[in-house]
Ligand binder design. Sequence first.
Ligand code: EPZ
Length: 428
Amino acid sequence: MISTTLSTSDYLVIEGGKPLKGKVSISGSKNASLPIIMASILTKETCEIENVPDLLDTRTAFELLQYLGAGVEFGKGRVNIYPSSINIYTAPDEVVRRMRASVLVMGPLLARFGRAVVSMPGGCSIGVRSIDQHLKVFEKAGADIRVRHGYVDMELKRLKPVEYTFEVITVTGTENALMLLSSCEKKSILRNIALEPEVMDLVEVLRKMGAEIYIEDRTAIIRGSRELRGFSHRVIPDRIEAGTFMVAGFLTGGDIVLEDLRIEHLGSVIEKLKEAGAKVDILSLNSLRVRGGDSIKPLCISTAEYPGFPTDMQAQFMVLCCLADGVSEIRENIFENRFQHVAELQRMGADIRVRGRTAIIRGVKKLYGAEVYSTDLRASASLVLAGLVAEGTTVVKDIYHLDRGYERLEEKFKSLGAVIERQPRRKF
Ligand code: EPZ
């Protein structure tokens, strides 16, 4: 029977117009947790990781490790991984399709087995997202690489030190390279690396495991070890979740306090939010207060690698621009197709024109509730934000995307006074 189900997952129903008030605690970082979880493949000793958010993506990472043969215990934000029993070096298509960050097993599997057979990640809705830079590092480290039947099949007989300058600044490319080379006793040099806080958190873990890693500007010098140790580590807070709540507090004209974050990771986001007219008070190194202003000033945003303005905050700030007093411009420099949320925001009354990688947003007086579809993780967050401030009811569908990267988002918004309910999927 042909399924008439339009939505493949639950949806959120939001009544707009409530200013958010109160305190919210920021969860651990998804994008720091994922490489750190995969780093456990590099050792045979127990690894204990705290502050891991309970998300679809982290659960997928645990499933993948169990598939490879590891023992995994997860509960209350803490995961214990027992990697000594890992005996498989293949990551199947079904898992990689579900979570492209599964490519982060490539470096560790090559280091451990000299073999890795990983399904080639397809593109996704925000872009092609090739992994040519990952493969170039593996090749320089001595791997023979064949792409067959949709799988990247790699064999590395002897791990060689690498000197490589990334042609593109890549977060997971840097992470894969650091994990592989942390197992090479000779000195490697990587240039033009990514400096995201999530990469630096992985570096902390690799150092705890016994690798010597020295970083200056965008150059890393690595001297690894054949016998990397287990580790205990507390994952950094999620700066993108924090940024999402900061936008929500300002957008709804509310007054909220965010706790358990890291101020130093939020520089460009705080600056941009103040530029838009928000009142942002730094309360400590781990907390800040955001209050709404009288109006939203138009912005000019250009996404860039850290410490520039994060591409993962682009969709959320676009909602601010939709209601600004004037015309804003957003240029998306990292991904070639990260404006999927535009069509959905237009359904809510936004005035946005896209020309290539640039969106021109003419502020309107208000947005109107509508039925909208999530397309990717951060786009779905922007639709929730729009629903919080729109007139009337907004139904955000396919929130599977949201559940991949935000821990209990609707509960946290509800605790701040939002009128938001999760509904089980329905036929029409
Ligand atoms: C990471 O993705 C994050 N994911 C993304 O967050 C984030 O948007 C992105 O970095 C940019 O900050 C994780 O950390 C799990 P890239 P990643 O490799 O590593 C091109 C979210 O919302 N490129 O830094 O896949 C690529 O096509 C997610 O949590 C190559 O051309 O991103 C893109 O245009 C979405 N060749 C640009 O570089 C390569 O070999 C940046 O990609 C690698 C990348």
